[in-house]
Unconditional design. Structure first.
Lengths: 699, 117
């Protein structure tokens, strides 16, 4: 996500937001249809509507290539919708729509990043058009039944004429004034025929009789061309005044020129029309039916029950940047509240009324904080459903049959975290498909069903969310992993003491990959270590369980939010630091004599037979007046990425939940500092980032 | 000042229209995201003009137009529809739509049409 969300033009932002939502919705529908091996009427309507909407919005924003691609797909589904029994090549069609989705996604991504949407959809459009032509042709060939009419106009053999609802009565005719009006519309106003019809409509209430040329404005789109060139001729008789006639005619939009003449006689072409009309009326009176034709619409109304109906009624969307600001301010309010109610100036005072009010304030600020947090929570379903597409694409290319089961998609996490979840999960799913699940033959040989199964599950566990990626594939091979780990020099423990879990966790380390073959999807040089890093970046952790021959489970534990963390506050000199509890293993006091140093002066301590480096915070950040004698301070052992070190600090101050605030922009990014937080007494505490500190010191 | 009810299933289109209309002295008194809400809002707000998208979920624009016209024969409904939907526009006009706007629209064209209605 770009962080300049708030500065973007609201219209563009809205376009992208809705566009992306629609595309994802569409993708879901397609994948579901493909799974069901049929396109339900509801789905076809939905696809048509989404493409139509994307086309409209994109054209408004002048993203013409997106509009064109969407338009061609809209046409395709218009045809399918109108001819429901047409033979559809599901696989080809799904592929094509997905290709279109990918194109639109890519373009929207470019736009989002402020780049020019320069992709060309020509090839894709041509392909879609070919498909449409093919479909139309095969439909015509096969279908012996009369076609379900897509376009009522196309099938109307006999033109129908407009007759004023105001029935002319012969005896009154003489009192009326006859008019001949010629109307010209503005160039490029489009659909002149319908506009002409609107002119007639406007006159309807005031005229006795009315004739016009061309006659077939409503039924024949070609008449627009005639009107564009020769104008639209209307002849009518009316009892109302000239002024009224003029005002009725002036309601016409896009009027370029209008000639109004009062006449004694209609011109010849209109007279001829008059006669023809009468004959026609005698011939086929039943054909004159001007009720609105709503067949195509009615079908859509009944079946249109796709996902997301009515969803906009009670929901507003708010930019994340605004929520971040709100969160920030609420965080400060919570702190200010503590600063006021626990102010040292109050010490020793008996303030009954104040205490009561303070308690009330605290209750409300707590509630406020909870509400703001809950506003930021979004379900993981969006990210989870993205995986459908990956499973689909990969199962096709790897020729593996795979069912993806999604459990607990309504589990919520903070918006900030959701954005970082997609990549790691994608990677895990890819791994499961590529390395985890066996080929069809191997599965059969092992007595398993030929279709593999991947489960993606989310659930709350305490203050965290647990996401589990489970496959029923071949499982991890302990010996192979151990061999590889030994080769890479990753094993620091007696091998027979290693638990399975410890062995499996080697694959999470940097530079580890047991797959000799680099496949298209995974093993592109980035391995599980990248997943680990991404997950740790958002304060999460990974664990693996696997049973050989039965499958693998990967547990991803992530915090509910990034905005509030549990931390241990430590003091160094006059400064305060907060160490995230998640990265602390233990803390302990040791004696000066336990510390040894190597040739370069790097200090180390031996704990339970393991050697760990000692990092003195006061040295790292140049703090004066701090404790320097090891025996007077305390050691805090931190861990990240399986690297461990002991931080030497003066004292532990306490444990608390803190609201994480980013460092101000004018401070350059300091390695080892993740942000800051304001303490109850108004002081500032820097939040240490274990990953950064370890990288900084061990580099 | 004319009161307008904007009916469209996308926030993007509603925002576009609203911005254009408010700049030109129209008063947007309500918005609806589908035809069913549009009919409800019409009865509640009695707008002077309704801009009506055609392709919408639940109840589409044509059906909403018909329902609104059934409630109020004088209702002024302007269809907003994309190119390529000539047939729909034709049907809407025959069902009593006062005029129509073709997407993609410009501010000029929107005002030209709505000021005549």
């Amino acid at each position: 996500m770009s962080d300049d969300g708030i500065s973007k033009e609201p219209m563009l932002e809205m376009y992208l937001f809705e566009g992306e939502q629609l595309v994802e919705q569409l993708e879901e529908i397609i994948i579901k249809c493909e799974k069901d091996k049929k396109f339900e009427m509801g789905a076809i309507n939905e696809i048509f509507r989404i493409m139509h909407t994307i086309k409209g919005s994109s054209a408004m924003m002048m993203f013409n290539q997106i509009a064109l691609v969407a338009h061609s797909m809209e046409d395709l589904f218009f045809f399918i919708r109108a001819n429901q029994n047409v033979q559809v090549d599901f696989v080809g069609l799904s592929d094509m729509v997905l290709a279109g989705i990918d194109f639109i996604k890519a373009e929207m991504n470019k736009i989002e990043q402020g780049k020019v949407a320069d992709g060309l959809g020509d090839e894709l459009i041509a392909e879609i058009k070919t498909q449409l032509t093919k479909m139309k042709k095969s439909y015509e060939d096969e279908s012996t039944l009369p076609a379900v009419v897509a376009d009522p106009v196309a099938n109307e053999a006999t033109p129908k004429y407009y007759i004023s609802s105001y029935q002319p009565s012969p005896d009154k005719k003489t009192e009326n004034t006859k008019y001949c009006v010629k109307v010209f519309f503005e160039e490029d106003c489009k659909m002149e025929n319908i506009r002409a019809y609107l002119v007639v409509n406007n006159l309807e209430d005031i005229v006795e009789e009315i004739y016009y040329l061309p006659v077939d404005v409503i039924d024949n789109e070609e008449s627009a061309i005639v009107i564009r060139e020769n104008g639209f001729l209307i002849c009518f008789s009316t009892a109302v005044s000239y002024a009224e006639v003029e005002s009725a005619l002036n309601e016409t939009a896009f009027l370029r020129k209008m000639e109004i003449d009062q006449v004694d006689q209609y011109p010849d072409e209109i007279k001829a029309l008059h006669r023809r009309k009468e004959i026609r009326l005698d011939d086929i009176p039943a054909e004159v039916d001007f009720r609105p034709q709503l067949e195509t619409v009615e079908t859509s109304k009944d079946v249109d029950a796709g996902p997301g109906n009515n969803r906009q009624q009670n929901i507003i969307s708010v930019s994340v940047a605004k929520l971040d600001m709100l969160m920030d301010i609420v965080g400060e309010i919570v702190i200010s509240e503590a600063m006021v109610t626990k102010n040292p100036d109050l010490a020793g005072l008996q303030l009954e009324g104040f205490s009561k009010a303070a308690r009330q304030l605290r209750k409300l600020t707590d509630e406020l904080q909870d509400i703001v947090m809950s506003i930021r929570m979004v379900p993981v379903s969006m990210v989870f459903h993205k995986m459908n597409r990956i499973v689909r694409d990969m199962s096709k290319r790897l020729d593996k049959e795979v069912n993806l089961e999604i459990i607990g998609e309504n589990t919520e996490v903070d918006k900030n975290i959701i954005d970082h979840l997609s990549d790691p999960l994608m990677h895990l799913i890819r791994n499961a498909m590529d390395h985890g699940l066996e080929s069809k033959d191997d599965r059969m040989a092992a007595g398993k069903p030929s279709a593999g199964k991947i489960t993606l599950e989310a659930k709350n566990s305490g203050g965290d969310v647990l996401i589990i990626v489970r496959d029923d594939g071949k499982g991890l091979n302990r010996d192979k992993i151990l061999n590889k780990a030994r080769e890479r020099g990753l094993v620091h423990k007696a091998e027979n003491e290693l638990t399975d879990k410890e062995v499996f966790s080697y694959i999470l380390l940097a530079g580890f990959s047991t797959n000799e073959q680099v496949t298209e999807f995974s093993g592109r040089g980035v391995g599980m270590d990248v997943v680990t890093k991404n997950i740790e970046k958002i304060g999460g952790s990974l664990a693996i369980e696997s049973v050989c021959g039965k499958g693998t489970e990967i547990f991803v534990k992530i915090p509910l939010t990034l905005a509030i963390i549990d931390g241990i506050e430590v003091g160094v000199g006059k400064s305060r630091y907060t160490i995230p509890t998640i990265s602390i293993r233990e803390s302990f006091r040791i004696d000066e004599k336990d510390v040894t140093s190597d040739g370069d002066g790097n200090e180390m301590i031996m704990i339970r037979g393991q050697c760990y480096p000692v990092l003195r915070i006061h040295r790292m950040f140049n703090i004066k007046n701090s404790v320097t004698r090891i025996g007077d301070g305390i050691m805090v052992m931190i861990e990240s990425d399986a690297k461990i070190a002991c931080l030497f600090v003066d004292k532990l101050v306490g444990e608390q939940q803190v609201v994480v605030k980013a460092l101000p922009r004018y401070l350059k990014k300091v390695q080892g500092i993740a942000g800051c937080t304001i303490l109850g007494d108004g002081g500032i505490s820097l939040i240490l980032d274990a990953h950064g500190i370890l990288a900084r010191q061990l580099a | 000042m004319k009161n307008v009810l904007i009916v469209d299933d996308t926030m993007f289109m509603r925002l576009s229209l609203k911005t254009m209309l408010e700049k030109n002295g129209f008063n947007v008194i309500g918005e609806a995201a589908n035809g069913a809400i549009a009919v409800e809002k019409y009865q509640e707000l009695h707008p002077d003009i309704v801009t009506m998208d055609i392709t919408m979920p639940v109840v589409d624009g044509l059906e909403a137009l018909r329902q609104i016209r059934a409630i109020d024969g004088q209702a002024k409904v302007v269809m907003v529809s994309a190119m390529g939907q000539e047939v729909m526009i034709r049907n809407a006009v025959m069902a009593g739509a006062k005029n129509f706007i073709v997407k993609p629209f410009t501010e000029e064209s929107v005002i030209k049409v709505l000021s005549k209605v």
